[in-house]
Design a protein around this ligand. Structure first.
Ligand code: UDX
Length: 490
């Protein structure tokens, strides 16, 4: 009996730990890295993947790679134990902490690898966020290439943070314009959540700041953006821990031997010119990676195949696919607005409800009473979907997305119009780009209100306007195909 109880305890602890690890992973970073590794492998390189024990890899999916644990962090370490929770604040403080404390250990392990390796190690490729690896690579005379998993546009905005800060764009807690109240509350609330444990003492409570601009005003330096887009990045200015992290990331990217982008020239032509001016190192635009190696091949989570059998029963272009990526979290009220909006829109939907998507909830328990009965067969809910296949399915008519860059690119590649509901970071920037530059999305820019949600759903799936959006999305898809035939990942 004792053995059984112990056994259960252990299993439960292992399950909880695995959930934490899976949620805290940003698949939007790991998927592209694995896809890039596959692309390079197909060009004849042998690949060693270095990863920490924060990742749970299904290494059996990659028998052609060598996997090596590095920086074998002690989970009992007082600092690291703070990281095992779910919010984006924890994710960012984890990134900062590992950057601060990993250089010596990584230098030692990489050095041992260089000495022991039978083949010459020609290059280290790291995610741009691991900026500490530049000094390690320099110290070992090893070229470092940076993988940047966002759009070029987003990096240009990050590079403009000091200018935007000087012009007061981050200090707008009293604002005028539509949706002000929502914005104010949301930003204030989230800033408190967002303060990372390790940087808490540096953060100052933001209060009593006079309104300087209208939310709807275009940013003079970057006219694609509105003032409220800058706020939604959830940065409080140059002194903010996230801004410092981004500044370090950009500095060490400029010191690298080159940047690999998961984007393509035809999509961000004018941004590429500016990147060449700001970053005097080679830029390699070899995306979209998933066109060479689908995301499902590099996925760390089993997708629910019932998504496809359910889609097979729906009419062409009729379904709204909903997913907010691997890390974003909804407040309970926002979640209820989503559910009511879906119910009133009366359109078929496939909804990815990741466990932990709603703060304070395990899975579906916060759905309004009677919701599942009301929508019946019209709606299908899964924990994780084969997103690439879903977007390519003929029944999928639109994608309600948080505009993580991978999701945005995947939607563009399949010619699927978007409803944009970004959460933080690069997402509000991509949402603005999708709606105002590419014009293939409807931006829910004033938050989560059921009527506006239902109206946006009708705009992309039912109203006459949907044909124009769909046509532009189709043209963009063509550009992807052209870019692939002219470039390829050579
Ligand atoms: C993170 C950040 O949130 C994002 O802003 C940044 O651009 C990249 O890193 P994430 O939130 O995971 O990414 O979003 P996204 O970039 O869209 O990546 C999600 C990936 O998971 C996509 O490749 C998508 O295809 C996949 N996915 C998502 C599934 O395979 N199934 C699902 O059900 C949901």
């Amino acid at each position: 009996r004792r053995v059984m109880v112990d056994d259960l305890d252990i299993r439960e602890r292992a399950r909880v730990l695995k959930d934490k690890v899976d949620v805290s992973l940003a698949k939007g970073h790991i998927n592209p890295m694995l896809q890039l590794a596959n692309i390079l492998y197909s060009k004849g390189f042998s690949i060693t993947i270095l990863h920490t024990n924060f990742n749970s890899f299904y290494t059996s999916n990659y028998p052609h790679f060598t996997f090596r644990h590095v920086l074998d962090n002690d989970p009992k370490d007082a600092n690291l134990s703070k990281l095992a929770s779910k919010g984006i604040g924890d994710l960012l403080s984890g990134i900062m902490l590992l950057n601060q404390c990993s250089a010596a250990g990584f230098h030692q392990e990489l050095n041992q690898m260089l000495i022991a390796s039978k083949e010459p190690i020609v290059c280290l490729i790291t995610d741009a966020l691991w900026y500490f690896t530049q000094s390690v690579a320099d110290g070992l005379n090893l070229p470092r290439l940076v993988l940047r998993t966002s759009s070029l546009f987003c990096v240009l905005v990050y590079a403009s943070i000091p200018v935007l800060d000087d012009q007061g764009y981050f200090n707008q807690l009293r604002l005028s314009g539509r949706g002000t109240r929502f914005e104010h509350e949301s930003v204030d609330l989230d800033l408190r959540n967002f303060i990372s444990p390790i940087e808490e003492s540096n953060s100052k409570k933001v209060e009593n700041i006079e309104s300087v601009r209208n939310l709807e005003e275009r940013v003079s330096e970057l006219p694609v953006l509105k003032a409220k887009d800058v706020l939604k990045m959830r940065i409080k200015g140059q002194g903010d821990p996230t801004a410092k992290l981004l500044a370090n990331m950009l500095k060490q990217t400029k010191a690298s031997s080159g940047i690999i982008w998961n984007s393509f020239k035809e999509l961000e032509e004018s941004e590429l010119q500016k990147i060449h001016q700001d970053f005097p190192i080679p830029s390699f635009l070899i995306g979209p990676f998933h066109k060479y190696f689908p995301a499902t091949l590099s996925s760390l989570q089993e997708p629910d195949r019932s998504s496809i059998t359910w889609l097979d029963r729906q009419a062409p272009n009729s379904v709204l696919y909903i997913s907010f990526g691997s890390a974003a979290q909804l407040e309970e009220q926002e979640f209820l607005e989503v559910a009511h909006g879906l119910a009133t829109s009366n359109q078929p939907f496939l909804w990815v409800m990741r466990p932990g998507l709603v703060k304070g909830s395990e899975w579906l328990e916060m759905l309004p009473n009677g919701f599942l009965d009301e929508v019946g067969e019209r709606g299908h809910i899964v924990k994780w979907a084969p997103q690439h296949e879903v977007l390519a399915h003929q029944a999928t008519g639109a994608f309600w997305t948080h505009n993580g860059w991978n999701s945005t690119l995947e939607s563009i590649c399949e010619g699927v119009p978007m409803i944009c509901s970004p959460f933080w970071g690069d997402q509000p920037l991509d949402a603005r780009y999708v709606s105002d530059v590419l014009k293939v999305g409807v931006y829910l820019e004033d938050g989560w209100a059921r009527d506006e949600i239902a109206s946006a759903i009708r705009r992309v799936l039912v109203d006459e306007e949907r044909e124009d959006i769909r046509e532009r999305a189709r043209c963009l898809k063509e550009k992807v195909n052209v870019s692939q035939t002219t470039l390829g990942p050579d």
